[in-house]
Design a protein around this ligand. Structure first.
Ligand SMILES: *Cc1c(COP(=O)(O)O)cnc(C)c1O
Length: 394
């Protein structure tokens, strides 16, 4: 099929939940994607912070092939080594004592909320059912996660949503203090907000939330679905602040492009959960856990993380050198960077397609750069050159 035929077929048969780019991506190699007409693009999106090791990674391919030939799936009714090993690795590398596996970020949010309620009930506090979330948050599209996602456009068509979610202002402790009360079972926050426009939580803000949660008897949930797993230059985004959560959600990059979600919890949360309380058919199957181990092994290496920090700083420096009047602010950490513009970010995204750049927005006026973590300095240089050209032509 040629490009037009593929697009026409898709438009006829696929529910139009996404406005898609005007070409068909056929294959990828490292940080470069190729469309069905043979054009090459530098990938600054990485499948929305998913393909941390880029495209066509041999290690991921090897893990898929080795495990797929042995066992792909057996259901969570049975023990399997890859899940046990991945859980151990994730716990040893983080604050957590136990892991729950699911299939996506939204599902991890749902699991975290259910665990928080079960934890409060187990403490004999049945009225402690509320969740506090923040302005500009994004936690996913399922009903519970959507209720905690501060985006009117995403919520409006689907009301009524899950009740009992309160919003406080991001990076504003006074606002958080007013929202967190004796009915709060958990506070959920992204240490670096992704979809909401790349806003970094201040260290004092996270430390303040930790204190408020401890004082009021609520759990602190970090949503590291986008900012976790090396994206900010440390394995976990929370490490920049030193603040430790009770629950952490992961998803996007962990499966190297295959679907996986994780809810990491402390022992005290795990103690509230019993067989039958929660579940999922596919979560943590043998194939995905083997692949995730391969990804985690690579990303968690100190040399790899040091490279991410170095390249993040380099990209930040090069972006500042652009000195474009259209760029109002550059924010972010590591290889998670947002450019606040004085025009619709979508204009730049569209122009990027003609210049061999795959870009994405985060909200209306923020251009988001979340490339594969393996991006080279040369690819960064080419990206900044092309971006400079696009901004100059506005
Ligand atoms: C993408 C995202 C989610 C939702 O993940 P899905 O896999 O799309 O359900 C949740 N939280 C954050 C911070 C995200 O960036």
């Amino acid at each position: 099929m040629n490009t037009e035929e593929i697009i026409a077929l898709e438009q006829k048969y696929v529910v139009p939940t996404y406005k898609r780019a005007p070409f068909v991506i056929e294959r990828g190699e490292g940080c470069i994607l190729y469309d069905s007409d043979g054009h090459a693009y530098i990938d600054l999106v990485a499948g929305i912070a998913v393909n941390a090791l880029g495209h066509g990674d041999r290690g991921i391919l090897g893990a898929i092939m080795a495990q797929a030939g042995k066992l792909i799936h057996v259901s969570n009714l049975y023990h399997s080594e890859p899940q046990a090993r991945l859980a151990e690795r994730l716990c040893k590398l983080s604050f957590a004592d136990k892991a729950f596996f699911c299939n996506s970020g939204a599902e991890a949010t749902e699991g975290a909320f259910k665990f928080a309620r079960a934890w409060a009930k187990a403490k004999n506090e049945p009225d402690r059912v509320e969740i506090v979330a923040f302005t500009n948050s994004f936690h996913g599209r399922t009903f519970g996660a959507l209720a905690a996602t501060d985006r009117e456009k995403y919520q409006a068509p689907f009301r009524p949503l899950l009740p009992g979610i309160r919003f406080a202002r991001f990076n504003d402790l006074d606002s958080a203090e007013q929202a967190i009360g004796d009915k709060t079972c958990a506070v959920i926050v992204e240490p670096v907000q992704g979809e909401g426009g790349i806003h970094v939580a201040r260290d004092e803000f996270l430390a303040g939330l930790r204190r408020l949660c401890d004082r009021r008897g609520a759990l602190l949930i970090f949503d590291e679905v986008q900012c976790g797993l090396g994206r900010t230059g440390t394995l976990w985004a929370y490490q920049h602040s030193g603040v430790i959560p009770d629950i952490m959600t992961l998803a996007k990059p962990l499966g190297g492009g295959l679907p996986i979600g994780v809810v990491l919890v402390t022992q005290s949360v795990a103690d509230a959960i019993h067989p039958g309380d929660h579940g999922t058919t596919f979560g943590g199957n043998a194939l995905i856990c083997t692949v995730a181990q391969a990804v985690l092994d690579r990303i968690s290496r100190p040399e790899f993380l040091a490279e991410v920090r170095g390249k993040g700083a380099y990209l930040m420096e090069r972006l500042h050198e652009m000195n474009s009047p259209h760029v109002l602010e550059i924010r972010g950490r590591g290889l998670m960077i947002g450019l606040e513009l004085d025009v619709e970010a979508n204009k730049i995204v569209q122009a990027g397609y003609g210049k061999g750049l795959i870009l994405v927005n985060a909200g209306d006026k923020v251009l988001r750069l979340v490339p594969p973590l393996i991006i080279s300095r040369q690819e960064i240089d080419t990206t900044v050159e092309r971006l400079t050209g696009i901004l100059a032509e506005l």
